[in-house]
Design a protein around this ligand. Structure first.
Ligand code: UTP
Length: 464
């Protein structure tokens, strides 16, 4: 893009202030700014501006009630597992890991996937995700491509982490990175924020950006070319995930669903998980911030919470549904934030109070577009303990504790008595590399001698 074109474009959209430092920029800075301007998505920006104007508009109306949730008994589970494993063996399953977020609550300097989470090994989050994919592909003698969504800010560091760890044992040819979109922030008047004389402030467009990024990057075409039909989707912060869980894949396939969601009982009424509801005959997600206190605390006749199940962002998509949604204009979610801004003197100031609006798309907003969805209940002790905060709930300490407890249950399931504290947690840390065992059935085959549980137990591929 040339200066003249940029100028005309910005004038048309009433954003000419982005060029106000033009004369003071050197040539590389001018070129970089022109690249940013060329990439601005003015269709979405117009939606953002309209949203700011309609700030007080009522939220989506209509009565809500909890969507139906499937709980698997032993025989339906067995049927589902058989169907899911058939899909895996046929090479029709791919895995999407979303890792483009900024991890601001954790405050870690680097991509969240590079955070050391192994209770003993301090292996990084990506290690557990990638090695589950590797273990599954070995078990089913099939290639399972791993597609990782990154953002402009963490792409290089994420790739470097995979390189540094030898791709965690995966064939490099089966690991793909694709970049999500970046969006500018707007001030209250709808103007795009500059954070330096030659730079537009931008942040990732939310995990809902997965849909458009899959298409724009050619990743969706790659999936179609490989004959993939079923995509398992999960988030980088939860190392407890049963990646491409055959039971979940199988239920999704048996129900011919477009989109499936794993849900678990909320820890307490205030836990920050969205709930899947039916509203006006369609399914939708209601964020916890949108539930009233009365709704959060409402009880069913059984005594359980009425909105009992929370969404933890573990999904299955059918590939045709991903294609259908690639161009969907998902709703925008807005947040008032502190955004660094460039003053008239060219200096960057980070304000003490929120000064601008950031926008995101959320992946679960595809729900109303799906003809058929499945909400599958799971036991959160087994599959959910995310790293969100630096301390307290959902922090590295609780995740390591929960991982260790899960692997202790596997040891117990194969007959190893594991000493526990008064809360039922193992006294010694336990860690099992997914490539050593991906479930208790695997463990029983791989464990040649009883581990000494009076010390920390780390079971890795080379151990016997
Ligand atoms: P979170 O909503 O927890 O956000 O993302 P975050 O950026 O990781 O952390 P905070 O809120 O700044 O502390 C949930 C998942 O969605 C991904 C994250 O990488 C994480 O796996 N995500 C989020 C993206 O891939 N892109 C985004 O724009 C936002």
């Amino acid at each position: 893009m040339t200066y003249t074109k940029a100028h005309a474009l910005l004038e048309k959209h009433n954003q000419s202030h982005l060029l106000r430092f033009w004369e003071k920029l050197d040539q590389p800075a001018q070129a970089a700014l022109l690249r940013q301007i060329a990439a601005l998505d003015f269709v979405s920006i117009a939606r953002m501006q309209a949203m700011l104007k309609a700030k007080d508009a009522a939220a989506a109306g209509g009565e809500i009630r909890p969507a139906q949730v499937v709980e698997l008994d032993a025989s339906t589970r067995q049927r589902a597992v058989a169907r899911g494993e058939e899909e895996l063996r046929a090479g029709r399953v791919g895995v999407v890991l979303v890792a483009g977020g900024q991890g601001s609550r954790l405050g870690f300097d680097g991509p969240k996937g590079a955070y050391p989470i192994g209770p003993i090994s301090l292996a990084v989050l990506f290690h557990f995700h990638a090695r589950k994919v590797l273990a599954l592909s070995r078990r089913h003698h099939v290639r399972i491509p791993l597609y990782i969504m990154v953002s402009d800010t963490n792409h290089a560091a994420t790739r470097a982490c995979f390189e540094q760890h030898g791709w965690f044992g995966l064939p490099q040819a089966d690991v793909f990175f694709f970049e999500q979109g970046m969006w500018p922030a707007l001030d209250a008047g709808g103007k795009i924020v500059l954070d330096a004389p030659g730079h537009i402030f931008q942040s990732p467009d939310g995990h809902g950006g997965t849909l458009s990024a899959l298409a724009a990057s050619g990743t969706l075409a790659d999936m179609e070319h490989r004959g993939l039909r079923t995509i398992f989707y999960f988030q980088v912060d939860n190392p407890m995930v049963e990646v491409a869980d055959p039971a979940f894949l199988g239920v999704h396939l048996n129900e011919q669903a477009d989109f499936s969601i794993k849900v678990c009982a909320k820890r307490d009424p205030q836990e920050g998980l969205g709930v899947v509801v039916e509203r006006n005959g369609r399914c939708a997600m209601v964020e916890y911030t949108e539930l009233t206190d009365a709704q959060k605390n409402q009880r069913a006749a059984s005594g359980d919470l009425y909105f009992k199940y929370g969404n933890v962002a573990i999904h299955v998509f059918s590939v045709p549904f991903l294609r259908q949604e690639a161009c969907a204009a998902l709703p925008l979610h807005v947040a008032h934030k502190k955004v660094p801004v460039c003053g008239d003197d060219g200096k960057t100031v980070t304000p003490a109070k929120p000064n601008a609006y950031k926008f995101e798309k959320f992946v679960f907003d595809v729900l109303p577009d799906a003809q058929k969805i499945v909400s599958l209940a799971f036991d959160r002790r087994e599959e959910f303990s995310p790293v969100k905060n630096a301390s307290g709930d959902d922090s590295p300490a609780t995740t390591r504790r929960d991982l260790s407890a899960k692997w202790a249950r596997w040891l117990k399931a194969v007959g190893v008595a594991v000493p526990e504290d008064e809360h039922g947690y193992p006294i010694q840390l336990i860690e099992i590399d997914p490539v050593f065992a991906i479930d208790p059935a695997d463990l029983v085959v791989r464990l040649r001698k009883r581990p000494d549980v009076s010390k920390p137990v780390l079971l890795q591929e080379s151990a016997t």
